[in-house]
Design a protein around this ligand. Structure first.
Ligand SMILES: Nc1ncnc2c1ncn2[C@@H]1O[C@H](COP(=O)(O)OP(=O)(O)OP(=O)(O)O)[C@@H](O)[C@H]1O
Length: 261
């Protein structure tokens, strides 16, 4: 197991956003996390990536206890997460966005930047190479010199994924990778996510688009009011009465609809 989450709990004051959640994620698999609005999905990601400190429980990544590590230390252990496309720099080029994302995570400090030390120059070259490699993976090299403001929402989603890939991760956390794009484009993104897992990456994703999740995920965890109410294969989840009751309901067939129960 690449990721083991044990009895993870996060309380915000009187509200328990994540409550005693267990999860094991196998290397190279696609693990989806679904649940109604406010179920605790984003909080769960924020705990794994170190943006929130758990109230209790444990997070083990490749045998190492990362429960109390800050985000930068977790990123160095090769866990990457994507952010909303609104975090991209609209006026900068696609390539620069990916390079900047990578540079923010590499070591050189202000001193290096001002005096352009050898390390700075080396890191800059490495960042550029990594950025290109990531753009190649997400199939956007032809747009490298375009500004973010001039590309489509689906292409921005790919840039957000490229940003994560440029940090050379082993585990990638994707927060709603297909939100706000049309069904055709959703298929393209699903293919990209499959390709990531095929290349050996482990992928955890939060997504509301049920048809995408059902065909993409190896396993699905369902959260409801902070609690894990089910975990299993798409088939098991689809037929689970507790899940149907709490979440899927009659919207099961409305494949491309963004569920907001
Ligand atoms: N920083 C915070 N401080 C206080 N409460 C928070 C904080 N972050 C999240 N919450 C609360 O925790 C609960 C779970 O929120 P969370 O964003 O994790 O749910 P979610 O499943 O990701 O929902 P959505 O699908 O709407 O994004 C909500 O009731 C939310 O208001």
């Amino acid at each position: 197991m690449v990721l083991k989450v044990e009895k993870l709990t996060k309380a915000f004051g009187g509200l328990t956003a994540v409550n005693n959640v267990n999860l094991q994620v196998e290397e190279g698999s696609i693990q989806a996390i679904i649940g109604p609005n406010g179920a605790g999905k984003s909080t769960f990601f924020n705990l794994i990536s170190g943006f929130h400190l758990p109230s209790s429980g444990k997070i083990i990544f490749k045998g190492k206890d990362i429960t109390k590590l800050p985000p930068n230390k977790i990123a160095k252990l090769r866990i990457a997460r994507t952010f909303q496309t609104t975090n991209l720099f609209e006026n900068a080029t696609v390539l620069d966005n990916v390079v900047i994302g990578n540079r923010l995570r590499t070591k050189s400090g202000v001193f290096d930047a001002i005096f352009r030390t050898k390390r700075e120059i080396r890191e800059e070259k490495e960042s550029m190479e990594k950025a290109f490699e990531a753009l190649r993976f997400v199939e956007l090299t032809h747009l490298a010199d375009q500004s973010i403001g001039s590309i489509t929402q689906e292409q921005k989603k790919r840039v957000a994924i490229a940003l994560a890939l440029a940090t050379d991760p082993e585990l990638v956390l994707l927060d709603e990778p297909a939100a706000g794009i049309n069904p055709d484009e959703t298929d393209g993104l699903a293919a990209l996510i499959k390709k990531m897992a095929k290349s050996g990456l482990t992928v955890c994703l939060i997504e509301h688009k049920m048809s995408m999740i059902m065909s993409l995920a190896d396993r699905i965890m369902v959260l409801n009011q902070g609690e894990r109410i089910a975990e299993g294969t798409p088939e098991e989840i689809r037929n689970n009465p507790v899940v149907i009751e709490a979440y899927l309901g009659s919207e099961e067939d409305e494949s491309s609809k963004t569920t907001s129960v």
